[in-house]
Design a protein around this ligand. Structure first.
Ligand code: 2AM
Length: 192
């Protein structure tokens, strides 16, 4: 028999802390976007999208993530944008911190070593706020600061109620005061 192994649809993301999460929900409501809002529990910033991943590959990726040494950073979210092709309204940044670019490069390298094709477009950090949306007229936004202290391996699950993003595992970023400290896995929300 030539059965394909079961896979999970995985990606890496930053997840907002409770305070930022509240602010994002308020922003979405203030913007009154004409479209399908992302479910509050799904708000995130994608670092690297992997796609269908079998269990052995997931294990390799998790091991490699234990060796990622990337610094914590602050991302200033100061721009609302609209991409007409996917019809997405997003919140993003006019300046990508070098630590964020380095983290994405490190995760892309891990993905490539595991055989994933890596997105070669320039990385555009954004939080999707709504899909199937109409264009928003240029709107100023009061900047929100994202104090990124860890990154997460996420699973995208399709459910009858819509897509759900589940955090599988999180790694801490190096705190600014401890430049030589490397991240260690801190949580595992499922059993292998
Ligand atoms: P987004 O970041 O623009 O919202 C899970 O699907 C997440 O990975 C979503 O946040 C999604 O888009 C992002 N993503 C990036 N590349 C993707 C791809 N090729 N297919 C599906 N989702 C992708």
């Amino acid at each position: 028999m030539n059965e394909r192994p079961a896979t999970q649809r995985l990606f890496f993301a930053l997840l907002p802390d409770a305070t930022l999460h509240e602010r994002l929900i308020k922003l979405c409501s203030d913007l009154a976007i004409n479209g399908a809002p992302v479910a509050p529990g799904n708000l995130h910033l994608t670092l690297v999208f992997l796609g269908a991943t079998d269990a052995a590959t997931r294990l390799d990726i998790e091991r490699a993530c234990g060796n990622v040494c990337a610094a914590a950073f602050t991302l200033t979210l100061d721009q609302i944008g609209y991409w007409p092709k996917p019809r997405i309204v997003w919140l993003g940044s006019t300046a990508t911190p070098p630590e964020l670019s380095a983290l994405v490069a490190g995760l892309n390298a891990i993905a490539a070593r595991s055989g994933f094709s890596v997105d070669t477009r320039p990385y555009a950090p954004h939080i999707t706020l709504a899909r199937k949306a109409r264009a928003l007229k240029g709107r100023p936004v009061a900047p929100l600061q994202w104090e990124a202290r860890g990154f997460s391996l996420m699973e995208s699950q399709s459910t009858p109620q819509g897509v759900r993003y589940i955090e599988l595992r999180r790694w801490e970023l190096t705190p600014p005061a401890q430049p030589d400290h490397c991240p260690t896995p801190t949580t595992r929300r499922d059993s292998p």
